[in-house]
Design a protein around this ligand. Structure first.
Ligand SMILES: [Zn+2]
Length: 328
């Protein structure tokens, strides 16, 4: 029996051998909706699949370009392909027992029925996009559908980054944070890509893969811990990490990759041996006037009111779902 055959036969059991007791086996019954398949999103997708989730839907309308190769999972053969299906193909090589769905759309332009189905299937939504409008829409969708969400962002040059946890009914939402904490963060707002006015194409933001991966890795641990908390398996310890953080009302993590960066010298001034690769967990104040989670919040269904396409024929033609290696 070849190693590949053994892996196929034992499926999740073999994949889980090195995290027994840390992550629940029932993680294979959980699903993640990932918005953004770039440097953060592709790295997170890889770790989430290897971490044992059972269902992953990927939304991204970009194509793979040569500059993506230095810090994503894509290879030269993927250049020119749409990121979402290219990523799905890569992830299916890890093991066949996971359902991976790819949606080559901008979030705002997705067919509404497909987006709603993907949201319904997800136990966690991850926003790994540098599009502020998409982040805001993810937040509204998370709130309206009562689905936990993570917002992962890198600061300019990947000198720092952030992971924002939003659990409807438990934590303040992403817009509470974006409207308040970021105001004091000044120039450290996460990077939103700029257009090159010559070509109208989005510019790639410089940043080392090592620094991006540090934030992505932390986001994956938070994601897996949230999912472990969802399945409530007392035999695994994976949920404790996030439960303790949220009990302490800490729902944002900030990262610094360089010495003397931003707020870290101040925050770490009493800690010896500090240099870089620093992190601080923060609480967020709920904005009583928040348009997404406040008492007078926007009530309309954000998916029903977005401008996405609704043609059912197009939906069926464009859906790409594979399970156990066979297209359905
Ligand atoms: Zn809010």
């Amino acid at each position: 029996m070849t190693l590949a055959t053994a892996m196929t036969k034992s499926g999740f059991t073999a994949l889980r051998a090195r995290d027994a007791g840390l992550l629940p086996a029932a993680l294979s019954e959980t699903g993640v909706l990932l918005v953004g398949a770039g440097s953060v999103g592709s790295q997170m997708a890889d770790s989430l699949v290897r971490g044992g989730i059972g269902d992953l839907a990927v939304i991204d309308h970009d194509q793979v370009e040569p500059h993506n190769l230095s810090r994503t999972l894509y290879g030269t053969d993927d250049i020119g392909k749409a990121k979402a299906p290219a990523l799905a193909t890569i992830l299916r090589r890890i093991h066949k027992d996971i359902t991976i769905t790819s949606h080559p759309y901008a979030l705002q332009e997705m067919p509404r029925a497909i987006l709603q189905a993907a949201v319904n299937d997800a136990h966690l939504i991850v926003a790994a996009t540098d599009d502020p409008a998409a982040q805001r829409l993810v937040n509204r969708i998370s709130q309206h559908n009562k689905k936990p969400a993570l917002f992962v962002g890198l600061y300019r040059g990947a000198k720092g980054g952030e992971v924002v946890i939003s659990v409807p009914g438990l934590t303040p939402c992403f817009e509470c944070y974006a409207g308040a904490a970021r105001f004091t963060a000044g120039t450290n707002n996460p990077v939103a890509r700029e257009k090159d006015y010559g070509t109208q194409r989005l510019k790639a933001e410089p940043g080392l893969a090592s620094d991006i991966r540090l934030v992505s890795a932390a986001a994956v641990k938070i994601a897996l811990s949230l999912l472990a908390a969802h399945v409530r398996d007392p035999a695994s310890s994976g949920a404790e990490f996030i439960i303790k953080a949220l009990e302490a009302r800490h729902s944002v993590v900030l990262f610094g990759m360089e010495p003397d960066y931003w707020l870290f010298p101040q925050a770490m001034r009493d800690a010896a041996g500090q240099y870089a690769f620093q992190s601080v967990w923060l609480g967020v104040e709920r904005n009583p006037d928040c348009p997404a989670c406040g008492p007078d919040r926007y009530q309309d269904d954000p998916i029903a009111t977005m401008r996405g396409r609704v043609d059912a024929t197009a939906i069926n033609a464009e859906m790409e779902v594979e399970r156990c290696g066979s297209r359905i």
